[in-house]
Design a binder for this molecule. Sequence first.
Ligand code: SAH
Ligand code: MG
Length: 198
Amino acid sequence: MKELIIEMENYALEHNVPIIEKESITFIMKFIKANNIKNILEIGSAIGYSTILMASVSPDVTVTTIERDETRYMECLKNVKKCGFESKINVVFQDALEVNLSNVAYDMIFIDAAKGQYTKFFEKFQYFLKDGGVIISDNLKFHGHVGKSSEIESKNLRSLVAKIEDYIEFLKNNKDFETKFYDVGDGLSVSVKHNEKK
Ligand code: SAH
Ligand code: MG
């Protein structure tokens, strides 16, 4: 397991795969443990690095993870097999915005795919969350660019960063969720869904 993780870190470095920062995955793993989270939906598997680490927190954690890039999906499958997590991790090869999920209610959703689509992911997948469930989003600082979009020269980068800024506003104004922002790694948010019945 430890060897596989190092192997994956090296692969990510060599192939420019943007895997989660150490500090952030440590934070998420502690969160999973402390809140007794059992079933997780991940948007954006890449090679399965965060997927496998989340699944490793306890024997009863299961993860469904979605990836649209074929090479990464294949690599993810290979890594899931290598650590023997085939029964704990379900890897779905599809664009998350096109996936039809059966009516499962997840304890936690981890959003870590295309940064410009975070609001769309949130709006779609919030209905697959239990009351009291949580949505965690990664890369809300986007390498320090967030909050400074107007200063960015490159049009594409400026537009992407502006979308993350809009997503942060969307989270702050969302009455169905209580969101906290954490200055951990590349920036994380934790949005807890209010209970319907009170
Ligand atoms: N969670 C991974 C890193 C994911 S990188 C880790 O920390 O180890 C983001 C991934 O999301 C990329 O591999 C990209 O191909 C995928 N992705 C982006 N938009 C997507 C979409 N709409 N549906 C499915 N996957 C998507
Ligand atoms: Mg990330």
